[in-house]
Design a protein around this ligand. Structure first.
Ligand code: ASP
Ligand code: MG
Length: 437
């Protein structure tokens, strides 16, 4: 099969203000002659703000409309610098927000996650409409596509799982003919829909995954994620010194890194690409000429130490109420409920009478889970923790990382990975050296 489409993904930071959007258009201008499917996230921190709308609506505290209005105003401020006042983009963006206002005029839905998806999707809908309109204005014709017409998920809201057969069929039927038309295709990351056409989301930071789904379904020749960093780095430069860019990475290493919490790419992104050997580039929208990082199959396997720090962790210490051993039947019972809650378990350990789980502390999920198992188990929650993962570790680096921390859980996985759940000894975090010395 002839592979001709490329898929680009632009995240929130690349669309955070008028200058950023103009920069995206400039980057795209050098790809004018290519077939591109462009996936965009919500602008800047819009999704975080929309989460506040959902919270306020659920709490019936009367603030939902105010927060939404501020989000809307922020979009209009950006548009005022990009468009003439009479541009039809205003009506399009307004329509997207009106749908949310309708949701807010109703009583909060009893299913929080369902309500969440119906509200937060507006971030991506609005940003894609703005980018679409701006590209057309800048002489880069594009077609707007509703990603929900293509990506079908199950009906687990906020964490929708892709229904691949339906999605592939819809990509073939809907997107392929659009690719015959001139111009780019602009669509949204993060969102999909159920078979009954309710909006779902793929989990926070899910736009990378959307790009991979499109790449897979369209047999893309490559995919590029445009970020505010030069490529995949060995650690977060805001936390560490001597951070280096990796020029190349294997799919396997990328899967492991992201699985263990390296934030560069959403963990589900690599698998669909690997299945079809689609190369993934991570490049800088600040320096688009830069080489970035290439993630593909053929790479030799020596890597420098890499560190990922995941904040907002909660450790659940689960013990049986009757001091009986935590045995197989308990574990299987617990895992069924973990699956039902779609908890992302980052680390676990069991001893004779207790079982520890480290998970991302996302709203009240940990409490709801604890509540749910409380008839059989006692649960202690320790919040505000960090999960530190080191790949290709060296002992002196580990020692540096442990400094000033209380280590609550530590584990070595094969000889490549160390994970620890830590708590700060109250003092200021020093910037540490990640490079080998
Ligand atoms: N806008 C969504 C989020 O902030 C999806 C994404 O950016 O990937 O989580
Ligand atoms: Mg993002």
């Amino acid at each position: 099969m002839k592979k001709t489409v490329s898929v680009f993904k632009f995240g929130g930071a690349s669309l955070k203000d008028p200058a950023a959007i103009k920069n995206v258009a400039n980057i795209l201008r050098s790809y004018e002659k290519e077939k591109l499917v462009i996936i965009v996230s919500a602008m800047g921190k819009t999704t975080n703000a929309l989460e506040k709308v959902v919270e306020a609506h659920a709490a019936r505290n009367g603030k939902a409309f105010d927060i939404l209005n501020e989000i809307k105003a922020q979009h209009y401020r950006i548009m005022d610098e990009l468009f003439d006042k009479k541009d039809e983009a205003y009506a399009l963006v307004n329509d997207a927000f009106v749908e949310i206002e309708w949701v807010l005029e109703e009583e909060p839905h009893e299913n929080y996650d369902y309500m969440y998806d119906q509200i937060v999707c507006v971030g991506e809908l609005a940003s894609s409409k703005i980018v679409h309109a701006y590209l057309n204005l800048a002489g880069l014709p594009s077609q707007w596509l509703d990603a929900r017409d293509v990506i079908q998920t199950d009906d687990i809201f906020r964490e929708g799982w892709v229904q691949w057969e339906e999605t592939m069929e819809r990509a073939e039927r809907i997107v392929k003919p659009m690719l015959e038309q001139p111009g780019f295709i602009i669509t949204q990351g993060f969102i999909g829909s159920t078979s009954e056409n309710f909006t779902t989301t793929l989990g926070r930071e899910g736009s990378d995954y959307t790009a991979a789904i499109f790449s897979f379904c369209l047999d893309a020749q490559d995919m590029t994620i445009w970020k505010d960093v030069p490529g995949v780095l060995t650690a977060d430069p805001r936390l560490f010194e001597n951070v280096a860019k990796l020029d190349r990475l294997s799919y396997k290493e990328a899967i492991e890194m992201t699985y263990y919490g390296a934030k560069v790419i959403h963990p589900k992104t690599i698998k669909p690409l690997q299945n079809k050997s689609i190369p993934l580039y991570v490049k800088s929208f600040v320096n688009p000429e830069g080489e970035g990082t290439l993630i593909s199959s053929e790479v030799d396997d020596t890597y420098p130490p890499m560190v990922a720090v995941e904040p907002n962790q909660v450790l659940l210490q689960i013990s049986t109420r009757d001091f009986s051993f935590v045995a197989e039947h308990h574990i299987s019972y617990l895992f069924n409920i973990i699956a039902e809650f779609r908890l992302q378990v980052n680390m676990m350990q069991n001893s004779a009478i207790s079982f520890s789980l480290c998970i991302n502390d996302v709203d009240d999920k940990a409490d709801r889970f604890a509540q749910r198992i409380s008839d059989k188990f006692k649960v202690m929650l320790d919040r505000g923790l960090e999960l530190i993962t080191v790949r290709h570790y060296q002992e002196d680096l580990l020692n540096n990382l442990r400094r000033g921390k209380i280590v609550l859980l530590e584990e070595r996985i094969k000889d490549t990975t160390v994970q620890m759940v830590v708590k700060d000894v109250p003092q200021i975090r020093r910037r540490q050296n990640v490079a080998a010395n």
